[in-house]
Ligand binder design. Structure first.
Ligand SMILES: Cc1cc2nc3c(=O)[nH]c(=O)nc-3n(C[C@H](O)[C@H](O)[C@H](O)COP(=O)(O)OP(=O)(O)OC[C@H]3O[C@@H](n4cnc5c(N)ncnc54)[C@H](O)[C@@H]3O)c2cc1C
Length: 484
């Protein structure tokens, strides 16, 4: 089954407890900070029903239509289909959003791969894993990711500080487990459910721990409280901040105040080995759509910088072309990693097709770590006018408007209105509060940089370089046991 945008909106009008700027939100779908991004997610659902998109956004299995985004990948075509579907979506909304479901669903596929290991550690929960993986496809649910606790003082084990600093189980009942704590989650206030699992911490040297818990949490369940950061949408004129007003993906500190998790929603519990296993494979699929977003961010930077160079005639200068080429190299570097990861895709233990891991994780480091430098190049190419241009009202007002229209009209082709619009777009992409937030999002939302590097280290096959150097340097066979 595929849902409509309206069905999705009805689903999140469930009386959930959402707070923003100290105010309890009555209806998330109409709140000015949340409405734009909820409309974007609803659009994703509606597109799947439209004739021009439906054959690319859905597939039919056993006479049921499902979202192509949620189809577990088993062959390369599945990945190409997802890339095409995402392309339709980004072009339709004319912007970039990340946490709209297709990027988090991969965590469930990792769970498919982990099913047998988890069943061996604790067989009670294996049927839950199977059922939930099916349910996401069959019910078309919007599913987000809950990993990061406030954590507190990391020099202390959680038991020696406020124990709620990390989510943990406080007791068991016949109906399920009771969890307590909090997680930072993008999109939680307007999602159906989250896959919650621990940040592996100081407790993970123990065999059993109350902190080792993985489960599905319904975002409207009693005791779940969403405390959002301030939104960017609705704060300013959309003519001045066109991206912030349409695409802000609101994060929340999601508090779990003794939340009952029914036994059928539990994936693992108490076994630290299960928690460690789940963490080590978490992003093997979801890193792909995460990095793919940065291809579109790169396109926005290239487009903004190139239009600006064309408006001002600077595209004729060789040194300006070189900077534009640097942006292109960044874009094509991301493209190359993603393309190669699918061309070299690998079968997973659960029978799925995962992007070649070393290529994918190296691509994630490349795309995320180089973004600040690329934003700087794009900002520099757009020039200082992106931060000193008066707002849209000033262009319209009598008195200031005539002067602004005079000085912002470049020639017959480039009149002040287009110049102002491009500068406002570039400001919101590169310079605004929202732009800074998005940069931080990229650096952290799918784990921080050190974690990205750890994934590269753990997935690269070091045996090639080691053998190469062993032979080239004439090293003895005594060192053979030292290879990883
Ligand atoms: C915009 C945004 C959206 C987010 N969305 C989500 C979400 O949807 N779901 C979710 O679960 N989380 C989300 N997060 C949280 C994100 O995953 C965390 O910010 C991230 O895991 C880092 O945790 P922290 O902020 O507690 O930083 P800390 O753990 O305090 O780390 C701060 C810095 O300390 C250093 N450091 C810390 N520990 C180590 C270590 N072991 N080795 C080396 N260096 C270390 C690093 O430089 C690190 O960047 C989001 C964060 C942001 C900013």
């Amino acid at each position: 089954m595929i849902r409509t945008g309206e069905e999705y909106k009805q689903g999140i009008r469930d009386g959930r407890e959402v707070w923003i700027d100290g105010e309890r939100v009555k209806d998330v779908t109409t709140h000015p900070a949340l409405k734009p991004i909820i409309d974007v997610k609803a659009r994703m659902y509606d597109m799947a029903h439209e004739e021009r998109y439906s054959s690319d956004l859905t597939y039919v299995e056993s006479n049921e239509r499902h979202s192509i985004f949620y189809k577990p990948p088993t062959v390369q075509k599945d990945w190409h289909d997802k890339i095409k579907a995402l392309d339709h979506f980004m072009k339709d909304i004319s912007g970039v959003v990340t946490r709209v479901g297709d990027e988090t669903i991969g965590e469930m596929w990792s769970l498919t791969d982990g099913r047998d290991v988890l069943a061996e550690i604790d067989p009670r929960f294996a049927p839950n894993i199977d059922r939930h993986i099916r349910a996401v496809v069959e019910k078309d649910v919007f599913h987000v990711s809950a990993n990061t606790d406030p954590k507190g003082d990391r020099s202390l084990p959680p038991q020696q500080q406020d124990p709620d600093m990390m989510v943990h189980v406080t007791r068991e009942t016949d109906a399920g487990i009771i969890i307590r704590g909090a997680k930072y989650e993008t999109a939680a206030p307007y999602a159906d459910q989250a896959y919650l699992k621990p940040t592996v911490g100081a407790w993970s040297t123990e065999k059993l721990s109350d902190y080792a818990v993985g489960c599905i949490v319904k975002m409207g369940a009693p005791g779940v409280k969403h405390i959002c950061r301030s939104g960017f949408a609705g704060r300013s004129n959309p003519n001045d901040y066109p991206l912030a007003n349409r695409f802000d993906e609101v994060e929340a500190l999601v508090v779990f105040d003794d939340v009952l998790i029914p036994w059928e929603d539990v994936f693992f519990y108490r076994h630290t080995r299960a928690a460690q296993f789940v963490r080590s494979t978490l992003h093997r699929y979801s890193a792909f759509p995460y990095v793919l977003r940065l291809l579109y961010v790169a396109d926005m930077m290239i487009g903004a910088a190139m239009w600006n160079a064309k408006q001002t005639g600077l595209d004729k200068l060789q040194s300006v072309r070189e900077k534009l080429a640097d942006l292109v190299c960044y874009r094509e570097g991301i493209n190359a990693h993603l393309t190669a990861s699918i061309a070299m895709a690998e079968k997973s233990s659960g029978g799925l097709l995962m992007p070649q891991q070393s290529m994918l994780y190296a691509g994630r480091v490349f795309a995320c770590s180089q973004l600040p430098a690329m934003m700087h190049i794009a900002r520099e190419l757009c020039g200082g006018q992106i931060c000193i241009t008066p707002n849209a009202n000033a262009f319209d007002a009598k008195g200031s408007g005539e002067w602004l229209n005079k000085f912002y009209s470049l020639n017959d082709q480039w009149q002040a209105d287009d110049r102002r619009k491009l500068l406002a777009f570039a400001r919101d992409l590169l310079n605004s509060d929202y732009a800074g937030h998005r940069l931080t999002f990229v650096q952290f939302a799918q784990a921080p940089h050190f974690n990205h590097l750890a994934a590269v280290y753990n997935n690269f096959d070091f045996s090639g370089p080691l053998d190469f150097v062993k032979k080239s340097a004439g090293l003895s066979d005594r060192i053979d046991g030292m290879a990883p």
